[in-house]
Design a protein around this ligand. Structure first.
Ligand SMILES: [Mg+2]
Length: 112
């Protein structure tokens, strides 16, 4: 008999914990064989859904047949896809964030 384990994201998860969770959910839901390209296209769709949610929140006209969630849920969808893409390249997102921020700190930002 196969042991059925429930997906569980621990309290106060690290970014690495999110990446591990997404890896597990992809196995459980049958998404593991989707390529990075597939995931990028799906990420693009989720970004579009976020934009629609923001347009709606800001009172702009939205096509009535559009399907999307609230801003909070669409941001969560995007985080899932970011993790799934990072996982396909064995990228540690926390390390990436820290490294890139060190680069960004050295930049001069024109805010005018
Ligand atoms: Mg969505």
């Amino acid at each position: 008999m196969t042991k059925v384990t429930m997906l569980n994201l621990k309290k106060n998860p690290t970014l690495s914990d999110f990446q591990k969770y997404v890896e597990e959910l992809e196995v459980k839901r049958g998404f593991r064989d989707q390529s990075a390209r597939d995931k990028c296209l799906l990420l693009g769709e989720e970004i579009g859904e976020l934009f629609k949610a923001i347009r709606k929140a800001e009172g702009l006209k939205i096509d009535k047949d559009s399907t999307f969630g609230n801003i909070s849920h669409e941001l969560a969808d995007i985080l899932i896809y970011l993790c799934s893409i990072a996982n396909r390249f064995n990228i540690d997102l926390e390390k990436s964030f820290r490294e890139k921020e060190e680069v960004n700190k050295k930049r001069t930002w024109d805010t005018s």
